[in-house]
Ligand binder design. Structure first.
Ligand code: AMP
Length: 183
């Protein structure tokens, strides 16, 4: 059983690698971006509130994210483990997660940080063509990542929980490196 967080800027391959690893390690993949996109498509209350932030490449307010993640993690059986992809993205979210994991007795195993240079990220995101992958939004998402999410690299590094991986390598090579974090 393994409990992992995937960190990294948009376009680093978090979603792809988290999906592959979740199959290899047989643990659930929780992507807050996917959950929010489904909520937007279904026009749920959460989706209606989240949409404008996502379209602008801004983060959805912490208050909305915390309930969502608490519910998801509590609904997963104690012994199955999980991969969190796209959460936490702010220090407030990371501190909330620490407290939650402590309360539900589910200690974190590792935080995978996928490192990729900005130029490669922009190329990848433009090629992906998701609705929030236009050039203006991409630049904003990279800025939001630098300002609000990248401090989490130090946050987890200082506790020796960080595993840094070169995310510009081919997909299969990254997966091969990551395989060792679960088992
Ligand atoms: P992603 O698929 O992880 O790139 O997420 C897509 C968008 O969903 C982001 O640009 C944010 O607007 C929103 N989002 C996803 N996860 C979070 C989070 N943990 N906190 C705030 N907003 C989020």
């Amino acid at each position: 059983m393994t409990r992992l967080i995937f960190l990294g800027p948009p376009g680093a391959g978090k979603g792809t690698q988290a999906q592959l690893l979740s199959q290899l390690c047989e643990i659930p993949h929780i992507s807050t971006g996917d959950i929010l996109r489904t909520a937007v498509a279904d026009q749920t209350e959460l989706g209606k509130k989240a949409q404008s932030y996502m379209d602008a490449g801004e983060l959805v307010p912490d208050a909305l994210m915390l309930d969502l993640v608490r519910d998801r993690l509590k609904s997963i059986a104690d012994r199955s483990g999980w991969i969190l992809d796209g959460f936490p993205r702010t220090v407030v979210q990371a501190e909330f997660l620490d407290e939650l994991l402590h309360d539900i007795h589910q200690p974190l195993d590792s935080v995978v940080n996928l490192d990729v240079p900005d130029m490669v990220l922009i190329e990848r995101l433009l090629a992906r063509g998701r609705s929030d992958d236009n050039e203006t939004t991409i630049r904003n998402r990279l800025k939001v990542y630098r300002d609000q999410t990248s401090p989490l690299v130090d946050y987890y590094q200082s506790r020796d929980q960080l595993v840094a991986v070169d995310g510009s390598l081919p997909i299969a090579e990254v997966t091969e490196i990551l395989k060792s974090v679960c088992n």
